[in-house]
Design a protein around this ligand. Structure first.
Ligand SMILES: Cc1ncc(COP(=O)(O)O)c(C=O)c1O
Length: 403
């Protein structure tokens, strides 16, 4: 029998009743519509969005260029065939444009439906290419929630209940040079987030990624970089690895790539990617990967990010956030570009900041494994005035904190 909830709209009641839940306490903001940097709830309240759908809404909400591309493509054709059989212009143009913005040998892209699925594809490709099975990932890494991605999740508490997972994964500590000894001739791939997300927006330091790259070269190991969060301009470059003077063998992307539509992809050299088409054939297939409507949204997003000054502006906006977010209760602002985290003094303070800000109409969120961090990952299109408005609310809320 259906439970009744007091003071809740029917839709919200049905959300709790019929829609599977991911946590005991979802924010449960009932969305009416969203435009630009704002989400509006069904009471008409506006929320300044400092989360961007967890780094997915690169161009804010319902960007006209993305909406137009989606409408036009939906009116022309939607799903017509499984991935890889038919020539569909949106996917072809997207993969070609991506290749033109990537360094050699990253030239061929496999389109899938989500970030975690792209990680699965990348891991399979590395195993097939090397004939090895060991995957090395980092402690506190997050790569998604399917079982392959969970096998390389560096957080035992979150994966324990789902064991046994895929054997052969080992963990190193991000930024710890001594641990690179663990990469050997048995290792198929090292999989790292270019900037660790769930761990607390941790940047590689002391040429760490260059050292990883060198060790991979020595041992014939493939380097897979997960750019699902930092990718697509969020750090001021199209992909985060461009800051660190290396090129991965396999680049994984998702989230912000779709401008608000669900997508994932992995890119590698043509020779490497060719391994997925034969022996066995259909070694990696997907029904909806490369979907023309999604690809059209991705293409519009990529064009907007690369044809405008958005990426350069991202670094200016980071500067402004850092100038404004100075407060005795803020220990540090971590991250790069518009992938920033305020480090507070405690998990309680983090919860307080996020929940009070929500009441005041500024949307922020948690990071997966770092309880003292408040996520700030707004759309890249956010304006200076909106940044000032949101930061003044945060500072005000911190002023009111009582120990
Ligand atoms: C670094 C990273 N990898 C992988 C994923 C998984 O992507 P998806 O949720 O689209 O499966 C995420 C999502 O949060 C992520 O941030």
């Amino acid at each position: 029998m259906k439970k009744t909830y007091r003071n809740m709209s029917m839709t919200k009641q049905d959300f709790f009743e019929y829609q599977a839940q991911t946590s005991p306490h979802p924010l449960a903001l009932e969305v009416s519509h969203a435009r630009g940097s704002y989400i509006y709830d069904t009471t008409g309240k506006a929320y300044l969005d400092f989360v961007a759908g967890v780094s997915a809404n690169t161009l804010g909400h319902s960007h006209p260029r993305v909406v137009e591309a989606v409408k036009e493509q939906a009116g022309s054709y939607m799903h017509v065939m499984v991935y890889g059989e038919f020539v569909q212009k949106p996917a072809v143009e997207l993969t070609r444009l991506l290749a033109s913005h990537l360094p050699a040998p990253l030239e061929t892209t496999y389109l899938v439906n989500s970030g975690t699925e792209a990680i699965e594809g990348a891991l399979k490709l590395a195993k097939k290419a090397t004939g090895r099975s060991e995957i090395i990932a980092a402690r506190n890494a997050y790569h998604g929630n399917t079982q392959g991605s969970m096998s390389v999740m560096g957080h035992e508490e979150r994966r324990q209940a789902f064991r046994p997972l895929i054997p052969g994964s080992r963990f190193i500590t991000f930024n710890k040079e001594e641990d690179l000894e663990n990469i050997t001739e048995r290792t198929a791939a090292v999989l790292l987030e270019t900037i660790q997300g769930g761990a607390g927006f941790i940047l590689p330091s002391d040429n760490y990624l260059q050292k990883v790259r060198m060790r991979c070269n020595e041992t014939g190991t493939l380097l897979i970089l997960d750019e699902i969060q930092p990718g697509y301009g969020r750090t001021g470059k199209l992909f985060g690895f461009e800051h660190f003077g290396i090129v991965p063998d396999i680049l994984v992307m998702g989230k912000g790539m779709g401008g608000g539509m669900p997508v994932g992809a992995f890119t590698a050299s043509k020779a490497l990617m060719a391994l997925l088409k034969d022996n066995p054939k259909l070694g990696h297939v997907t029904t909806f990967g490369g979907n023309p409507v999604i690809a059209a949204a991705c293409l519009a997003t990529l064009r907007e990010v690369t044809e405008t000054s958005l990426m350069a502006a991202t670094l200016e906006k980071e500067k402004l956030f850092r100038e404004l977010l100075v407060h005795p209760r803020i220990r540090e602002v971590r991250g790069k570009g518009l992938m920033l985290a305020i480090m507070t003094e405690s998990a309680e303070m983090t919860n307080y900041v996020i929940l009070e800000s929500l009441k005041r109409g500024v949307l922020m969120f948690w990071l997966l494994f770092e309880p003292n961090a408040v996520r700030i990952t707004p759309p890249l299109t956010i304006s200076e005035a909106e940044i000032r408005e949101g930061c003044s609310v945060i500072l005000d809320i911190l002023d009111q904190w009582h120990d």
